[in-house]
Design a protein around this ligand. Sequence first.
Ligand code: PEP
Ligand code: MG
Length: 892
Amino acid sequence: ENKDQKFVYDFTEGNKDLKDLLGGKGANLAEMTNLGLPVPPGFTITTEACKVYLESGSEPAALRDEVSAHLDALEQQMGKKLGQADNPLLVSVRSGAKFSMPGMMDTVLNIGLSDESVTGLATQAGDERFAWDSYRRLIQMFGKTVLGVDGELFEDALEEAKQAKGVTVDTDLEAGDLKKIVKHFKKIVSREAGRDFPQDPREQMDLAIKAVFDSWNTDRAKLYRRQERIPGDLGTAVNVCSMVFGNLGPDSGTGVAFTRDPASGHQGVYGDYLQNAQGEDVVAGIRNTVPLADLESIDKKSYDQLMTIMETLETHYKDLCDIEFTIERGQLWMLQTRVGKRTAGAAFRIATQLVDQGLIDEPEALQRVNGAQLAQLMFPRFDESAKTELLGRGIAASPGAAVGKAVFDSYTAVKWSRSGEKVILIRRETNPDDLDGMIAAEGILTSRGGKTSHAAVVARGMGKTCVCGAEELEVDTKRRRMTVNGTVIEEGDVVSIDGSTGKVYLGEVPVVPSPVVEYFEGRMHAGADDADELVQAVHRIMAYADRVRRLRVRANADNAEDALRARRFGAQGIGLCRTEHMFLGERREMVERLILADTDEERSAALEQLLPLQKKDFVELFEAMDGLPVTVRLLDPPLHEFLPDITELSVRVALAESRKDHNENDLRLLQAVHRLHEQNPMLGLRGVRLGLVIPGLFTMQVRAIAEAAAERKNAKGDPRPEIMIPLVGTVQELEIVREEADAVIAEVEAATGVDLKLTIGTMIELPRAALTAGQIAEAAQFFSFGTNDLTQTVWGFSRDDVEASFFTAYLEKGIFGVSPFETIDKDGVGSLVRSAVEAGRATRPDLKLGVCGEHGGDPESVHFFHEVGLDYVSCSPFRIPVARLEAGRAAA
Ligand code: PEP
Ligand code: MG
C-alpha cells in the first residue's frame, strides 16, 4: 500500500480509459460527466482499494478519510447531508468491475434512510408512500446483500402483507401498510443478522462498500469469471452516487436503451421503459416494460433529450452503447453507459456500418469482431420449410437454434446435462442463481423480461440461444411444467427454440446450414442482390483480415473432399495430411498383413499392395490442392490401432479352440497383438520409430508421394508436396529417414525424368525436439509444431484421458482457466515453441514454420503464433475462416 496512492476519484476526475482503476461503470460515469451529460454527482472507490481489502482483510488505512472528504464535497454540492433528518441526501452504492459481470455483484440503493430521515424524505418529496417504500427497499437490499439475510424472508413478508390487504401489486400498498412492513423487516433483520438495522447513515455506507468488495468473491461471481475468462484478481470498484428516483409517480420512470439494435445492428430506437419504477425492476425483468419508443408520448421532452444524448454517445464512443437512465419528475438522468454487448451477427454488421459512417477504419473494424463470433455464425439454423408445431413466440434475445428436453429448474438442467441429455432451461425469469443451469442448457427460454433481462444479457454473453419474454407461456416451476394456450409441456418433453426469430416449437425441428457457411462454400455470393446483410458484412471483414494478415492459413485434411472444402474456405494449403486415415476400412487388412509379415517377401508383398492405393490418394489430394503446398505426414500411430481389440480377439480364439475350429490367422494375429501391446502406446512404437524399425514402410509412402507428384507434373499439374516425419526426438532419427527418403526420391526422379523439388521436414512435438531444434533444423527444411503431443508431453497429461478424469477439478480450482489442449499454454508449451523457432531459424534462416495441432484454429493461440513469427497455422477445414479472421486481427 503506497502512501500517496489515491483511492477515491470524483466523477469529474476520471475518464473512460481508466477502467482498470475505476471499473467500467465508474470510468464511463466519469466520461459522461465530463461530456456534460446529466449524471447524478458521485465518486468512485478504486479497484486498488478493493485489492488491498481482499489481500489484507481490511480497507486501506487512508480510505476512510478520503471517502469522508469526497462525501463532504458531495454534500456541499447537493446542499444536503447524508441521512440528514429533515432533508436527507441518499446515495446508491454499486459495484463496477473492469469487465461487466451482469447481476453478479452487489448494489444497495437508498442509503441514508433511517427512522428519522424517512420523514424528511416524505416531506422533501411530498410523498409519504414513496418515502416508506424507499425505506423498506433499503432494509430489504441491505439485509440481503450486506447482512446476509435470506432474501425470501422479506419477499414472503411482503407477499403476506399484500394478501392480508387483498391486493396483488406493490403499488397498491399505502404508506400505512409500508410502515408496518418496515417494522416487520427490521424485526427480520434483528432476528436473522443478530444485530439491528444500522440507523447511522455513514455506517450504512461503510458496510455497503465492504459488502461490494466481498461480493467479488461470491461463488457465482467466481463461476461467471471462469466462464468468461476474467482474471480473479482484478477486484471491483465501488460507485457511490447520489440517488435519483424513478418511482416518484407517473412522471418518473426508469429504462434501458441501445443506440442500435443489439441483435441486428440496425440504427433506431431500441430499449425498454418502465414508468414509476426503480432501476433494478427493469434489469430483473420483474414487471413488463413498454418499448422505448412509447416514451415519446409519455414524456416528449425527456425522450428528445435522450435521443440527442444517445447520438452524442455513439459518436463519442464510436460504437453501440447501452444506457441505463432514470427520469425523476420529468428530469432525465444518466445512470450508466458502456459499449454494449451484441449478438455475433450484429457485431459484424455494426463494424461495417461504422466504417461506412466514417467513424472507424478497417483495422479498427477488425478489432470489433472476433473468431468466436464468426464460429457462432457458422452454426446451423432451423429449417424454415420443415413442418413445425409453433407453440408461441417471445423476444429473439440471443441467436441460434437449440433443441432439447424441457427442464424447469437449474438443478435438473445440470443433472440431466451431466448424464448426456440436451436440455432447454425454461424459467419465468432467470436470476444469477440460475447461472450453472444456463451453462448446462442448450438454450434458455423465459416467459418474462425484455432484451435487457438477466436471461437475455447473460445468454448473449455466453453465446447461448435464448428466447425471453414469451408471455403466452405459463411456467409452473413447482409442478415442473408449462402451459401454452392449452397445450401442456411436461418436464422431459422436447422443445425447439429459435433465438434469431423468438419462435418456440413443440418437438424437434430439423436444422439447416447458416448463410455464412453457404457463403464460404460458394453457394451464396456476397455481391448477389439477395445476399443478406450479414453475408455482405462477413465478406467485407474477411477481406480486411486477408489484406492485413501475415500468417498463412492451411488445413488439416486427409482426403480430396476435405481439401476442396478447405480450399473454398480459404485454405492456402494442407498443413497436415494424416496418412493413417488412409489405412482404415478395407485397407486395414493389408496393414495387418504388413504387421504379421515374418519374411522380407511377405512384407514387400504387403507394401507393394499398399503402394498404388497410397499413390492414388496422393494424386487426388495434389490435384485438389494444385498449386498449393500439401504436407503429408508419414505414418504416426502405434500399430496396434490397426489390429483387432485384444479382448475381442482373445475371446474369438478361445471360442474357436473350444469348437476345435483352428484358425491359423487369428492365432498369429493374437500373437502379434500381444507382441505389440504397450503400457503407454502414445510413448511407444509410433511416429519416426515405426519408420526406423519396419523396413520399407516409410520408403513405400515416400515413393507413393514422389510418384504421385511426378504423375501430376506430367499431367501439367503443379503439385507441391512436403514430406513430414512425426515424433522426432533427435536429429539422428531424422537423418536416417531422410537418407532413405532422398534415395527413393532420386530413384523416382531418374525413372520419370521429372524434377520433383520435394522438401522434407519434421514435426516438433516432443520437448527434446524443441530443446534441440537448432540441431534438428540441420536435417529439416521445415518444422510443424504438433502442439497436441507437445502439450501432452510437456505437461505429462494424457490427451485422451485428462478431460474425463481431473480437468474439471483443475478448472474449478482455477489451476488453469481453459484446457491447455484448447488454448496454447503460453508460459510452458508456448515458451518451448518460441525458443525452437529462434534456434531453428538460427541454423536455417529460410526454415518454414507452422503449427498443425488443434491450437491452430483457436483464436487466442493464433495471436500467439503470429507473435512468435510462425509462417502459417493449420486447422480443421471448418475453423479456417476463424483462423483467417484472427490472423488478420493479430496483424491489424
Ligand atoms: C499433434 O500432435 O499436435 C499433431 C498434430 O499430431 P496428432 O494430433 O495426429 O498426434
Ligand atoms: Mg502428434
